[in-house]
Ligand binder design. Sequence first.
Ligand code: HEC
Length: 228
Amino acid sequence: MTRHACKIGPTLALVLTALGTTALAHGDVKPQAVDVSTLPPIEGDWLTENPYRVDAVGEEVWAEALRIGASGYNQNCARCHGLEAISGGLAPDLRFLEAEEYGDEWYVERFREGYTQNGITKMPAFGELLGQEAAWAIRTYIETRPDDGAMEDVTPELAAMRDDLKAGSADGAAAAARLQEIAAEIETLSGAPVADSAAWRAANALNADPTATAKAAEILTIGLSAAK
Ligand code: HEC
């Protein structure tokens, strides 16, 4: 190797490493469009409070906001803020933002503007590309994440119920009632009144159709594997 090459080698490696880190941290973060056509549109200026809360819009719209928000979150936010909004340390844990106007204002400012430090984009701006319906749907998803500690406490019982439901040996209506009780005990970290837990989803499936035991078992399986 010539002297010259020796000098360039490490420099190039350094540049490449820097590029690699950049790509990981905030490279391919083109915001992914979120389909909000099934949500009530929000006209005019950006709101400062989540309009899709269950007490404002009722369970049906709220559940739709949750569904859309989950997908929007996974596509746009999870890579930095963590799967299920449980932060791995790269960016703040969003589950703790208070589910009221104070937390909402902070949330929506970051969502719209992103965050740049010393000329480096730490978080891209999403406002113009995704719009407010997507912003508030994602907010709805984030604020209803269950406290993972609370999930851990009920996991053994949920796993046992899942096995009975799967085996077809459980009474659907009774299981729905018990799941609803368990769901009510699972709190959010944001203070939002209802946690979007596997217990809550399974109870809903059984309330809609008490014979849907296989479906309820599947919902619990997915929830339990996410909670670990
Ligand atoms: C490329 C990584 C990245 C992506 C993608 C990203 N964020 Fe962030 N986000 C960050 C970082 C880093 C911070 C911390 C900035 C700071 O120090 O205030 C942050 C901060 C925030 C905050 C303020 C949190 C607090 O406690 O102060 C909110 C709210 C937020 N992000 C929401 C979102 C949402 C919603 C999405 C998806 C639509 C998203 N972010 C996507 C990196 C990211």
